[in-house]
Design a protein around this ligand. Structure first.
Ligand code: GLV
Length: 317
């Protein structure tokens, strides 16, 4: 029986499933392991089921025992893992695509609604019961008829596009390549960031964090947006230069931001906390019971498939 380390506590059904297939080291207290502890715990293991809270950089990967053949990440994103370092060590890295697209797209829409309709300010006022209705009280931006730019039109981007279209938004997108007409569903393709940003009343960031996408939203690219645009991010914090976005929010170049992900989570840039127009959530994209079970099961199946066949459809390196 192969032996695996599961670095974070999973929903019980998923841990039970893993225990039927593998000899498993569980983390019953859901402790956040230091790199040193994690490496120590992998001794004697054949694989690791990691979460996005584990930073598997080249240094950590190079210290793993030779017996480790697979790192199965419990996430669709894999920015926490140095893919090249893993490949050099002959370690396969897998992710959990598809199963979280619906839940993540729902949060993507919540970010758009929350930022455009000033939900943070509204929630604060309602909790304090101190608001005074007037014709111009907490006026926000209407979604109907406004233009939504989608950066990264993969499964999550396409799902957000579909829901946003039903809300009356006009969809534009930028992607590595233009999609086929059935996937585009009438969305308008832009072959450059500048072209997309310049027509985005609202932006939804849905692309993976890679070396190419780090700080794509920065001092220079923010200027491409119409004044008063809204920027939302359901993908990864690394894509946004926080200082540039905070500055743009403060000077009202950008009207509002809707954020679920941050650099250096959970220690988000404190600048966001002072901005009323920042609608911020604690990385809830895939946080529904059905989705978390489906993700964990897929992460387990990825390891099983890999050890049974020597391959896995969800290898990303
Ligand atoms: C969540 O953020 C994921 O990448 O699965």
């Amino acid at each position: 029986m192969k032996k695996i380390l599961i670095t974070r506590k999973l929903i019980k059904d998923s841990e039970d499933k893993a225990q039927k297939i593998f000899e498993v080291k569980l983390n019953s207290n859901d402790e956040l392991y230091s790199q040193a502890k994690l490496i120590e715990l992998t001794q004697g293991c054949d694989g690791i089921l990691t979460s996005l809270t584990e930073k598997m950089d080249a240094d950590a990967i190079n210290k793993l025992p030779k017996s480790i053949k697979i790192i199965s990440n419990f996430a669709v994103g894999f920015g926490n893992i140095d893919l090249e370092a893993a490949k050099k060590r002959g370690i396969a890295v897998t992710n959990t695509p598809e199963v979280l697209s619906d839940a993540t797209a729902e949060i993507g829409i919540l970010l758009i609604l929350g930022a455009c309709r000033r939900a943070s300010e509204g929630i604060d006022a309602a909790r304090l019961s101190n608001w005074k209705w007037s014709a111009d009280y907490l006026i926000g931006k209407q979604l109907t008829r406004s233009r939504l730019g989608i950066l990264g039109m993969g499964r999550i981007g396409q799902k957000i596009a579909k829901i946003a279209k039903s809300l009356g938004m006009i969809i534009h997108y930028h992607n590595r390549s233009k999609l086929s007409a059935d996937k585009e569903q009438g969305a308008i393709y832009h072959d450059s960031l500048k072209s997309l940003f310049s027509v985005s009343d609202v932006l939804s960031i849905c692309c993976p964090a890679t070396k190419e996408t780090v700080n794509l939203i920065n001092k220079q690219t923010i200027e491409y947006f119409p004044t008063g645009a809204v920027i939302t991010n359901v993908a990864r914090g690394d894509i946004v230069d926080d200082e540039a976005l905070i500055d743009a929010l403060n000077r009202r170049k950008i009207y509002a931001a809707g954020l679920d992900v941050y650099k250096n989570e959970p220690n988000l840039n404190p600048g966001y906390l002072k901005i009323k127009s920042a609608f911020i959530l604690p990385h809830l994209g895939s946080a529904t019971k059905d989705t978390r079970i489906a993700m964990a099961n897929l992460a387990i199946d990825n390891i099983d498939e890999f050890f049974n066949t020597g391959n896995c459809k969800n290898i990303v390196n």
